[in-house]
Structure formats: structure tokens, C-alpha cells
Design a protein around this ligand. Sequence first.
Ligand code: HEC
Ligand code: HEC
Length: 489
Amino acid sequence: MRCGLAGVGAAVRRRAVVTALVGLAAAGLATALAACDGRGASAAQAGEGTGTNASTGVRANVTTSNGGQAAAAAPLAAPVKVAAQDLAAHDLVANPAGQTRAEVYESVRQMTALGKQLFFDPTLSGSGKLACASCHSPEHGFAPANARSVQLGGSDMQRAGLRAAPTLKYLQSVPAFAEHYHESDDEGDESIDAGPTGGLTWDGRVDRGSAQARIPLLSPFEMGSSAARVTAAVKAAPYADAFRATFGAHIFDDEDATFKAVLQALGTFEQTPELFYPYTSKYDAYLAGHAQLTAAERHGLELFNDERKGNCASCHISQRTRDGAPPQFSDFGLIAIGVPRNRALPANRDPRFYDLGACGPERTDLKGRDEFCGIFRTPTLRNVALKQSFFHNGIYHSLEEVVRFYAERDTHPEKFYPVVGGKVRKFDDLPRRYWANLNTEPPFDRKPGDKPALDEAETADVVAFLKTLTDGYQPVGKTVALATTGAAR
Ligand code: HEC
Ligand code: HEC
């Protein structure tokens, strides 16, 4: 049983192909200007752009539908279909301020430009040293540039968080969190409950980029700031005039309004397609028929998809959706896979402390709901080769280690968990009473003595395949993997 809730197996998961859903943009429809916040821009740019995106079918990906689930989880967000060509009509309906389409796009453009400056601005932080980009580096797929398990922050820049900083790319299609997720009507069988799915952060506790941005800005172990401090910083910033022009001449008189505007601008910036979801990996080129995989990469892909080998694609979807949108390499399900305790994290020095994901302590609304303990959102694997720490607690630092964990967690648990008095303490980061939540689908269906799902050569091939998921592939000549910092910078 995958999640202890619905008895849905990996076979179902694999079909849980998710088109673009109500994700970062969810809040948009609720507020006047945000009527089109990022989504409008995304749709427009993806649909009208002539660049690389057109060839990979990104356009289809801006279609938004969440089978009604988003409405429940995010009351502000109506489950509205937004295709690029429908935008004009949609704008008029959802934009009570009565702005024309051109005006809305202009607002989005200004907000994106401001969001970008805010994203790189360390003066917003309590220490004056930490910007969003410090932990989410554009050159590293908006994941950290270093190999620390967790990043340091706080007023003295010495406070460690609990979790690895994730990539900010491809979040546009993360659906709003739902305890019982049903596939969208375009995609499959709505009657199937795929279990807890979606939401931003490792435990899915917020639904929108703008709401998410509040967390690092205010967290004492991240940017450690406040609405007052952020307002003062923006007021003194070189972009203060642009900020006034976008949000109103008197915006700085109201700290709350300024803070909200900052969050909105950041959330809008995070939906810049060229930066955050360009779909320019070698694998995208391969799917479009513009590139060949090497023998190792192709074999790695087969192992990744093979239900009896890696079975990776059952959660990290590798195929285009039915309507042709590129795969996100996640079904966004929240799953317990029993990642070992990272004893290097300061919080874990306390043996009574456990980061249990969706049931807390960071997330509080599902506290006491045992079936949510130990589950974390399946991350996208796009650009994963640019990361240097893996899993929610950053315990592993190479993709080989991660793939070996999948292949040998159950056949050779002593390789991953502490051995005390000759006995392996398996699942040492999840109290035993929650073990029923652990996934037992392949490759997690084995026992000591069985053959691992993947041998060393196969592991190497899976890693070779994962490296084809890095954006910035240049089809000419040798394969080069470049970070995508281009276009909009
Ligand atoms: C000190 C490092 C740090 C800084 C600075 C930081 N973040 Fe993060 N970010 C994280 C971590 C760690 C997580 C995962 C949090 C969790 O799961 O609880 C995260 C998660 C996110 C997510 C959700 C990603 C996902 O996969 O759901 C978004 C969006 C995000 N950050 C945006 C921002 C923005 C915008 C800023 C600046 C206002 C920022 N971050 C600053 C470390 C940081
Ligand atoms: C049952 C669903 C499931 C299957 C099957 C699965 N994964 Fe995952 N994957 C997850 C979840 C959930 C996480 C996050 C777990 C955590 O941090 O607690 C994850 C995390 C990862 C990460 C770390 C990404 C990051 O940014 O830290 C990599 C790499 C990865 N998986 C690769 C694979 C490969 C390769 C396979 C096949 C051998 C595979 N996964 C099979 C659900 C799955």
C-alpha cells in the first residue's frame, strides 16, 4: 500500500500524469491584478513564444485544470481552464479592475522585473546577507550552489534549517495540496484516489509561490526578516520608484501592503517560463525527435521506466501527458520512502526530534493524523544533476548514492542505516508506529538476500539518464549541459 490512505499502488501512480494544474498561480484569480498574475504571463509567453518551447509542446502545459480538487484545497482558486488562446476572454471575466489584456500583461511584466530584483536582493533579510538566490541559485537550477545538506541563515548566518533547499523550477504544475487527489478529467480515471498530493515545500504546506515566499522571509533560520524590515529595504532600494509605479505611489505607507506586494512580485517572477520551465533538456530534445540518447542514457531510461527494475517513473513521470505536454518527472504525490536520519543536522541531535513531513512539526494542519507522518512531496527530477544534496534532509550528495538507496534499501539496509549491536536500525528517522505509511512498491518490495533491483552498471546508466534532464542542452556537437540563466536575465 502506497500511502496508508487509499491503498493505491505504484501502478496507479504511474498513470497519474499531471498536466499543468493550479500551482504557483493559484492565488492569481482571486485578486484584481493578480487575475492574470504569472499564469497570464506564462500562457502568453509559452503560447506566443517562437523559441525552444514551441517545439516541446509547452503550450499545452499551460492548460489548467484540477478536477475540482484545487478549489477545495485553495478556496481562492477557481479550477479554471486557461489556454493561451482563451486568455483574452478569461482576463475580462476574472479581472474586475477592468484592465485591458495589454494592461494586465504590462502589470505582469513590471511585477516580474521587480520580483527578479527582489529575488537577488540580500537587503530584505535580517542579516543583510541572504537573498532568495543565496539558496536558490539560478546557475544550479534554482537549487543551492553548495553541497551542504541544509543551508545556513538567520541573523548571524549560522542557523541551520531542517531541510535541503529544493529547485524552484517546474513548480508551475504542482497542484494545490489535496489529501485525496483525483486525476484531472483530461488525464485519467477521476474515481481513483491517488492519496495526498501537491502543495509547495517538501510537506506541501502552502499552495502558492507568493504564500511560500513569506516562509523564508520570516523564518528565523532563513532570512529572519519582518514586514517592517522588508518595507524599509524596498523603500531604500534602487527599484523603489519602479515599485511605487507598479503598486501605487503610497504603497510604502502600509507595511502589510508592501510585504504582500513583495510576495506577489516574487511569486510572479517565479513563473517566468524561460527561467523556471523552459523544457530545454536533452530529454526534451529527444522526445521531440531532435536528439539521440547514448546507449547508457537509453538503457538508463528503460531501467527508470521498467516496473520490475527502477520503477522510478511510477512516481517520477517520464512520459508526455495524453495531450502532449512534456513530463514533469513527478506526480507530486506525498510519499514515505524511509530516507535515513541525517545525523549531521543540528535539529537531529535531539533524539526525540523527528521531521515527519506532512504531519509536522513544520506543517501544523495535519498534526496528529498518523497516516500523514513521514510523507514528503515527490520532487521533480528535472535539473537534479545540478543539485549536490538530495532528499528532504539532504543526506546524500551524489546521484549514485540516491539510486543505490532505491535499489538496495531493503536488500542491504546496513549500507544506509546505523547498525547497533549487530542489528540494523532500519527506517531510523521514522518512529515504528508510522511504518505502515512506508511505500512497498518496487523497488521497495525486497528483503535481505534478494537481488537488488539495479546492479552497479545499471545504477550508472540510470544516473546517465538523470543527467539528460538538465536544461540548456545544446544539440550541436558535443553534449553540453548549461544552466539556464539566459533570456530573461
Ligand atoms: C536559507 C536558505 C533559503 C532561502 C534564503 C530561501 N529559501 Fe526557498 N526554500 C528553502 C528550503 C530549505 C525550502 C524547503 C522548505 C521546506 O520544505 O520546509 C525552500 C522552498 C522554497 C519553495 C518551494 C519549493 C517546492 O519545491 O515546493 C519556494 C517557491 C521557495 N523556497 C522560494 C523562495 C523565495 C522566493 C525566497 C526569497 C524570498 C527563498 N525561497 C529563500 C531554502 C531557502
Ligand atoms: C514511490 C514513489 C517513488 C519512486 C518509485 C521513486 N521515487 Fe524518487 N522520490 C520520491 C520521493 C517521495 C522523494 C523525496 C523523498 C524524501 O526526501 O523524503 C524522491 C526523491 C528522489 C530524488 C532526490 C531529488 C532531490 O531533489 O532531492 C531522486 C534523485 C530520485 N528520487 C530518483 C529516483 C529514482 C532514480 C528512482 C528509481 C530508481 C526513484 N526516484 C523512484 C518518490 C519516488
